[in-house]
Design a protein. Structure first.
Length: 276
């Protein structure tokens, strides 16, 4: 993907990808500019990179509002830099936890599930999708049946679920929630457009539940364990260099099993309950 260049992806939507590519962000964080030239909405200004904000402001005028999917450091810190250049409000949610969160984000309004944000030629329906982050929101562009998913769904990899703010059961429920909406494409926070949104979300749910089966198999065999001791068995299909990242999602799976009363916990050890 090209970074810091304007790409027209639909009649109403343009994309600028920030130059922050990494193992977490793939080709970089996508910022979307939605609407006609008279009334534009910014979706996720991205990280605090001056060159990225300069790319946004140099290509576009009549920026009227910002909406944020969540407050991880690669999605929302650009809000304050953009607001230094343009006096416009930002909307989204904040979290109770501060770890790995952009605490500088101060929304003009806290959005609610089902709320509609109206602009001159487009409207967003707000969909609360906790899981990757407790404050995660997706935005449905009704005119194009296009869903801006932030890190709820990415193109190129599955997302990390990192407790305590990340929650695996919430994530699965939020994926299933998308079945209630008429969708044609996904505009992810990282990567290219994804067609067939419902098939994509179904695949992710299936993949996560298959991973949960591997967690169950590993802890049943070991009787007890934690992310450090179980990661090699559960993620034997990924490169070992990714184990430190995989352990976060593994912990989320173990916490889900704890809440499902399939394991108990003593100290840092999760213990399989024999009646299962």
């Amino acid at each position: 993907m090209q970074t810091e260049e304007v790409i027209q992806i639909t009649p109403l939507v343009k994309r600028i990808t920030a130059g922050n590519s990494s193992v977490f962000t793939g080709p970089g964080t996508n910022t979307y500019i939605v609407g006609n030239e008279e009334d534009l909405t910014i979706v996720d200004p991205g990280p605090a990179l001056s060159e990225h904000i300069e790319a946004i402001t140099s290509f576009f005028s009549n920026l009227n509002r910002i909406v944020v999917t969540h407050t991880h450091p690669d999605h929302s810190p650009g809000v304050s830099l953009l607001q230094d250049e343009v006096d416009i409000p930002a909307y989204g949610l904040i979290t109770e936890t501060t770890e790995n969160q952009d605490t500088s984000f101060k929304p003009a309004k806290m959005l609610t599930h089902g709320e509609v944000i109206e602009a001159e030629d487009h409207a967003f329906e707000v969909i609360h999708t906790p899981g990757h982050a407790s404050n995660h929101l997706c935005y449905l562009l009704r005119e194009e049946k296009l869903l801006f998913t932030g890190d709820h769904i990415m193109n190129g990899s599955t997302v990390v679920i990192s407790p305590p703010d990340g929650n695996m059961q919430d994530y699965l429920d939020s994926l299933k929630k998308l079945k209630d909406y008429d969708l044609e494409n996904i505009a992810p926070g990282h990567g290219e457009l994804l067609p067939n949104p419902h098939a994509v979300s179904d695949w992710i749910v299936k993949h996560r539940l298959e991973r949960e089966k591997k967690v169950i198999e590993a802890i049943k065999k070991a009787k007890t364990g934690n992310p450090d001791t179980l990661v090699e068995a559960v993620y034997d299909d990924v490169d070992a260099s990714l184990f430190p990242i995989a352990k976060w999602s593994l912990e989320a799976h173990l916490i889900k099993l704890l809440n499902d009363d399939k394991v108990t916990k003593e100290g840092d050890q999760f213990i399989w309950l024999e009646n299962y």
